[in-house]
Design a protein around this ligand. Structure first.
Ligand code: BDR
Ligand code: CA
Length: 316
């Protein structure tokens, strides 16, 4: 089984990513590491504990990561995040709090230990700011050669950003950390807005979860309907909500879901376009390719996998 770590700022699509991983028989989710972004670190950790409980997997351990980027002293949730993900990050859906606590080991140490234990069998999937993995690479640079693969949700190469014309939200929260990861030489696949805005979910699919009549199904439907409603306001042309974070899990499990461009990538860390993935075109033809960027996705096959796995999990 594939050993997987999810690094989450547990908002709505992060919660769907947890469900996708738990519903995938090929995956052994060995831990969730918390980050900040859609919500504050502590709220995201609480959400991850509560969701793993609700989905019938209280054995999944949750670790606290760093509360803000290395260039800031603190972090505040953007008003737009509360509009898209709800005040509590999970579409203001109400689920029982977990009576578990996060592990005492810091997330950064857990990531390093997991690489040492599982090596090439380990896949790490960050779907929030890349702060934790950048700190792990700083503390133990050798893990870049030891880890199996890193499949991140973030960035935009062929399309505009979602924070502004050039910045995607996860990269925007900590461009320096993302750039350190991109330049580290670790085996990285970027699953950005290029593909995640093609994989859309609608009320038709959430109704299937609601009709299951289970607590998990009702939660998934309530939470995701909130998210779809926000997308109707912010991006009415799309006709659904983007399955950003679940697609990164999908690609981690089955890389054939996407077609990739090998490229020498970088994040702009200076100037007016700070946070942009690939700041200029001089690297496009660079023979030294540093990572894979997903630029095409088999939408019907992914949506089928997504619905099958999550519905199977939620019907129990
Ligand atoms: C990313 O930003 C967050 O709001 C989502 O959870 C996703 O990880 C999309 O840009
Ligand atoms: Ca996220």
């Amino acid at each position: 089984m594939q050993k997987l770590i999810l690094d989450l700022d547990t908002g709505v699509d992060d919660a769907l990513a947890i469900s996708y991983a738990l519903g995938s028989p090929e995956v052994d989710l060995i831990g969730i590491t918390g980050t900040y972004g859609n919500v504050l670190l502590d709220q995201g950790v609480r959400n991850a504990l509560a969701i793993t409980d609700l989905m019938g997997h209280p054995e999944v351990k949750v670790y606290k990561g760093l509360p803000h980027s290395s260039t800031a002293d603190s972090f505040e949730v953007l008003p737009v995040s509360a509009f898209i993900h709800g005040e509590n990050g999970i579409g203001d859906a109400v689920i029982p709090d977990s009576n578990r606590e996060p592990e005492s080991e810091p997330a950064v140490d857990f990531i390093i230990d997991a690489v040492k234990t599982y090596g090439k069998d380990l896949t790490y999937v960050p779907t929030g700011p890349m702060t934790n993995i950048a700190a792990a690479l700083k503390k133990a640079p050798e893990i870049k050669d030891e880890i199996g693969k890193i499949v991140l949700m973030g960035g935009a190469l062929t399309v505009c950003g979602n924070v502004n014309a050039w910045e995607e939200a996860n990269i925007s929260q900590d461009p320096d950390a993302a750039n350190e990861l991109f330049r580290s030489g670790a085996p990285v696949t970027m699953v950005g807005l290029d593909v995640t805005l093609q994989t859309l979910l609608t009320y038709k699919e959430t109704a299937r979860w609601r009709n299951l009549g289970t607590q998990a199904g009702t939660f998934l439907a309530d939470m995701t309907d909130f998210y779809i409603k926000a997308y109707e306001t912010t991006s009415p042309h799309l006709g659904g909500c983007g399955l950003h974070d679940p697609l990164a899990v999908g690609v981690a499990v089955d890389p054939t879901l996407v077609t990739c461009l090998p490229i020498n990538m970088q994040v702009e860390t200076e100037g007016p376009t700070r946070g942009r993935t690939i700041g200029d075109n001089t690297r496009l033809n660079d023979p030294h390719k540093t990572m894979q960027v997903a630029i095409g996705v088999d939408v019907p096959r992914f949506l089928d996998e997504f619905m099958t796995r999550i519905t199977r999990l939620a019907e129990q």
